[in-house]
Design a protein around this ligand. Structure first.
Ligand code: SAM
Length: 248
């Protein structure tokens, strides 16, 4: 790293520390080192495979790291033990949350094995313990006993519209747990069309959080669903069907 790069990463680290501290989240030096390493591995691996369209350091820190951590501004993650992140891609929001809350038992499910390979390397490099990486379609993995109705909390960012996501994600949530759908676009329309899937899959709408991404001045949303009963056995339907024929 050149001197210029290292002073830039130091100032970005300070900005991330300040911005998250303003929201009550304290990040220590080890965690900032893990974010720095995460950035470097992401950019290096991105040259070999498609992980993200965002590689500028400032943008990765805000649009990926800060945005992923934003869940903790609204929900108490210290009381969450098991977290599943569905369609995590290059690790968002699961890995930043695991860095900030090392006690979490994190399970990541993604249908692209190359990305799971990256995440395996990343988890080793960052020294993250208690991370389970699962290659497969959420529709298939949610049918396995060890994953079904098991997780205190489930997240998904930028994977599909809410009516589809509900079928991919709610089967993983234990009764009493929650699912956070993290979105970059206005959610009123998606939420309005998701009523059938929310009811069918055993959940209720708990609310929507919104905030502005610092420096980018872009709106972000989080739709929160609470699981109130077990998901009926027939869901999720066969892989691909939730997207082709959403529960509307
Ligand atoms: N969550 C990440 C983020 O916000 O940067 C990645 C978003 S990327 C647009 C969507 C990811 O979901 C991809 O990595 C894709 O492989 C995965 N995915 C899509 N459908 C899936 C499914 N049915 N089961 C598991 N993973 C899926």
């Amino acid at each position: 790293m050149s001197e210029n790069d290292s002073s830039k990463s130091a100032s970005l680290a300070e900005i991330l520390i300040r911005l998250t501290a303003e929201k009550g989240l304290a990040l220590n030096q080890r965690q900032m080192e893990q974010f720095d390493l995460y950035y470097r591995e992401l950019v290096e691996w991105n040259e070999k495979m498609n992980l993200t369209g965002i590689t500028d350091r400032d943008q990765v820190y805000i649009k990926h790291f800060y945005d992923s951590l934003s869940l903790a501004f609204f929900e108490d993650l210290s009381s969450v033990e098991t977290l599943a992140d569905i369609g995590s891609g290059a690790g968002f929001p699961g890995i930043p949350l695991k860095i900030a809350f090392p006690h979490l038992k994190l399970t990541i499910v993604d249908s692209l094995n190359k990305r799971i390979g990256f995440l395996r390397h990343l988890a080793d490099t960052l020294g993250l313990e208690g991370v389970t990486l699962v290659h497969g379609r959420a529709e298939d993995i949610a049918r396995l006993t060890e994953h079904r109705d098991r997780y205190d909390a489930v997240t998904a960012r930028a994977v599909a519209r809410l009516a589809v996501l509900n079928e991919l994600c709610l089967p993983f949530v234990k009764v009493g747990g929650w699912f956070a759908a993290m979105k970059g676009a206005a959610v009123a329309e998606e939420t309005a069309e998701a009523g059938v899937s929310i009811r069918e899959l055993g959940a209720e709408l708990a609310g929507t959080h919104s905030f502005r991404l610092p420096m980018e001045d872009a709106e972000r949303y989080m739709v929160m669903l609470r699981k109130i009963k077990s998901t009926p056995k027939k869901y999720p339907r066969k892989a691909g069907l939730p997207v082709k024929q959403p529960l509307l």
